[in-house]
Ligand binder design. Structure first.
Ligand SMILES: [Zn+2]
Length: 200
């Protein structure tokens, strides 16, 4: 259940929000994700970042790869390797959103969004099933998720659901790694929380 406070100054269209207004699309995406079961993220590119995003992160409004993974880990993924990323584009005619402080549904207050199919970058020849791999390069348990690496791919596996989908390219999943990384030889998480990754 999401309540929208009508005393706030809301930006209700899909155009760039001015800094003195709260962006309704972004706020609703965040709050509806909470109702779906997602918790806050420490990453500032996540829609579940707990703080007001920076000006560049705010617009255009989009889900990060990690946001998509988190929802997939809760509800499963589609069979295709394409994923739908909600992307706010100002081409859609903006409509006025009715807001009320006593509404009990969340979807009624959502502004129209343009659903665009964006192909997530997958490394080539990665249609192979994780269970069919003869060997893996590394495994890491991180945030209740088991990450299995093989060549340029990483499969995040939810430890509770024990489910996994199509692999991600390593450099796309771990954004801080160099793009030319071709292979991981080992990885582990230190007690401090730091992750050590060995390549080559
Ligand atoms: Zn929140």
């Amino acid at each position: 259940e999401v309540h929208v406070d009508e005393t706030e100054l809301w930006h209700t269209t899909l155009t760039r929000p001015s800094s003195d207004r709260l962006y309704l699309l972004q706020t609703l995406t965040h709050e509806i994700d909470h109702t779906l079961g997602l918790t806050h993220s420490m990453r500032d590119d996540s829609v579940m970042y707990a703080y007001t995003p920076s000006e560049e992160r705010r617009y255009p409004h989009r889900l990060s790869v990690k946001d998509v993974i988190n929802v997939r880990n809760l509800y499963g993924s589609r069979e295709t390797t394409n994923s739908t990323i909600v992307d706010a584009t100002p081409t859609t005619a903006a409509t006025t959103t009715t807001m009320t402080t006593s509404t009990t549904t969340t979807t009624a207050a959502a502004p129209p969004t343009t659903a665009r199919t964006v192909k997530l970058p997958l490394a080539p020849s990665d249609t192979a099933d994780l269970c069919a791999l003869k060997r893996v390069d590394g495994a890491l348990i991180m945030n209740r998720r088991l990450c299995i690496a093989r060549k340029r791919n990483v499969w995040p596996i939810d430890m509770r659901e024990r489910c996994y989908g199509a692999p991600f390219s390593f450099a796309d999943y771990f954004k801080f790694l160099p793009r030319n990384l071709t292979r991981v030889s080992a990885m582990y998480q230190r007690p401090s929380g730091d992750i050590a990754i060995f390549t080559g």
